[in-house]
Design a protein around this ligand. Structure first.
Ligand code: GDD
Ligand code: MN
Length: 385
C-alpha cells in the first residue's frame, strides 16, 4: 500500500503531545519548566508551543535560546491580548492531536502532563483540578479561596456544561487539538469554560493537583479580572439571567394591570391574583425565550415553576402588603416586593425547572490509568454538588 507524505505526517503527529504555554513575563520560569517537562515526557514525542504576548522581560528570546536544547516553538504576538486567545492560537499552531494547556510559572506541576495527555488521547477532556480529593491550593488566604470557590459555583449555576467538572476555571487541561483550536474565546482568561461549553466533551477526567505558590515572577490575574469573568460567564449563559430579569419586568406590567382591574377587591386578594397571573406570563415567556433550548414540558414545568418561585413570590406578597399597610402606594410596594424575590426565583428556576437535558450523555470513556482517581462521565451528579 502506498502511504502519502501527508499520511506519514499525520501518523507521526498523532502520537505527539503538544504542550501549549501562554506567557507574559515568564523569562525566569521557562528554563525550569522546560527542563521538568522534558524529564516528565522522556521517551515520548512532544513539542512545547510558547505563545508570548511580546513580554518586555525577554521571555521570547529565552524560549528561542532554549529551543536549541528542547523541542520548543515560539509564537510572538503584538501587545497583550490575553491568556485565552493565546491558548487558541497555540493550539492552531500545534502539531499533535492532543494539546496540554498549562501556565509557565510552575504553579501547574509539569509531572502531571503525561497523565492528562493519556486521558485526552482516549477522547476525554482531562482537567487538572484543585477541587477533587487529593487536590488543593497552597498558601491562599481565606478570601482568595472564597473568590475562587464563588467563581466555580457561579459557573456551575449558570452553565450546565461546567457542572461536569469540579474546577471549571482550571488553566491546566488537555484535549483534542482540533477542538481547542476552533474555540472562540468569550473572555480573556478562563479558556476552559469555553472548551466545556463549545466543545461539549463526551467525557471528562479530573486529575487532582496542588496549585502551588509562584516562586518567580508575578501573577497577571487580579481582582480587576473579576468583571471580565462575570461578563464571560453571562455571555456563555447567553445572557439568561438578564433575559430572566427582562421577563420579570414584563411581569410587573401584567401585575399592575391586574391590580388596577381588581382594585374593587381587598388588597390581599388583588395582589395574590396579580402574582399568579404574572407568574404564568413569566413562565410562558421564560419557556419560549430565556430557556428556549430546554424543551420544558408545558404543564409539569408550570407546576414546578410555582414551587420554584414560591419563596420569591412569598417574599413579594409579604413585602408588598406590609409596605402597603405602612402607607406606600400599592404599585411602588409591588415593585419593591418583586425586586426582593428576583434572585431566589432565578436560582431555583435554573436548577429545578428549566433543566438542561442536552448535556446528559451516556457514552463511556474507558479509564485504564490507575492514577486517575477522579475519573467520571458527564454529568454524574446534581447541579451544585
Ligand atoms: N500570552 C499571554 N497573554 N499569556 C498570559 C497573559 C496574556 O495576556 N496573561 C497571563 N498569561 C500567562 C502567564 O504568563 C502564565 O503563564 C499563565 O498565563 C497564567 O497567568 P498567572 O498570572 O500566573 O495566573 P494565575 O496564577 O493567577 O491563574 C492561573 O491559574 C488558575 C488556576 O489554575 C491561570 O491559569 C488561570 O487561568 C487558572 O484558572
Ligand atoms: Mn500563576
Amino acid at each position: 500500500m502506498c502511504v502519502s507524505r501527508q499520511d506519514e505526517k499525520t501518523a507521526a503527529s498523532a502520537h505527539m503531545i503538544s504542550v501549549v504555554v501562554p506567557t507574559y513575563n515568564e523569562a525566569e520560569n521557562l528554563p525550569e519548566l522546560l527542563e521538568r517537562l522534558d524529564r516528565a515526557l522522556a521517551g515520548r514525542s512532544y513539542e512545547v508551543v510558547v505563545v508570548d504576548d511580546g513580554s518586555p522581560d525577554g521571555t521570547a528570546e529565552v524560549a528561542r535560546r532554549l529551543a536549541g536544547r528542547y523541542p520548543v516553538r515560539v509564537l510572538v504576538r503584538e501587545g497583550r491580548r490575553g491568556l485565552s486567545s493565546a491558548v487558541v492560537e497555540g493550539a492552531r499552531a500545534a502539531g499533535g492531536d492532543v494539546v496540554v494547556v498549562m501556565d509557565a510559572d510552575l504553579q501547574h506541576p509539569p509531572e502531571l502532563v503525561p497523565k492528562l495527555a493519556e486521558a485526552a488521547g482516549r477522547g476525554c477532556l482531562a482537567v487538572a483540578s484543585r477541587y477533587v480529593k487529593g487536590g488543593g491550593v497552597e498558601g491562599w488566604p481565606w478570601h482568595r479561596r472564597l473568590v475562587s470557590r464563588g467563581a466555580v459555583l457561579l459557573a456551575r449555576i449558570l452553565l450546565p456544561e461546567a457542572r461536569a467538572v469540579r474546577d471549571a476555571v482550571s488553566g491546566f487541561f488537555a484535549y483534542r487539538r482540533e477542538c481547542v483550536a476552533n474555540v472562540k474565546p468569550t473572555g480573556l482568561y478562563k479558556i476552559l469554560l469555553d472548551v466545556l461549553v463549545q466543545c461539549k466533551p463526551r467525557c471528562v477526567a479530573e486529575v487532582p493537583y496542588l496549585f502551588g505558590l509562584r516562586t518567580r515572577g508575578r501573577s497577571k490575574l487580579g481582582t480587576r479580572h473579576i468583571a471580565d469573568y462575570l461578563r464571560q460567564v453571562l455571555a456563555l449563559a447567553r445572557w439568561r439571567p438578564l433575559k430572566f430579569a427582562a421577563v420579570g419586568a414584563s411581569g410587573i406590567g401584567v401585575a399592575f394591570a391586574v391590580i388596577h382591574l381588581t382594585s374593587f377587591l381587598p388588597k390581599p386578594v388583588s395582589v395574590a391574583l396579580a402574582i399568579e397571573t404574572s407568574l404564568t406570563s413569566n413562565y410562558l415567556l421564560n419557556r419560549r425565550w430565556t430557556f428556549a433550548n430546554r424543551r420544558t414540558p408545558l404543564l409539569a414545568g408550570w407546576a414546578k415553576y410555582h414551587v420554584a418561585t414560591a419563596v420569591g413570590n412569598g417574599v413579594n406578597y409579604a413585602t408588598t402588603l406590609i409596605l402597603h399597610l405602612l402607607g406606600v402606594w400599592i404599585y411602588a410596594a409591588y415593585v419593591v416586593g418583586v425586586a426582593a424575590g428576583y434572585v431566589a426565583n432565578y436560582v431555583t428556576s435554573e436548577l429545578t425547572v428549566f433543566i438542561d437535558k442536552n448535556t446528559v450523555n451516556q457514552e463511556s470513556c474507558e479509564d485504564t490509568s490507575a492514577g486517575m482517581r477522579a475519573h467520571r462521565q458527564v454529568p454524574p451528579r446534581g447541579p451544585l454538588s
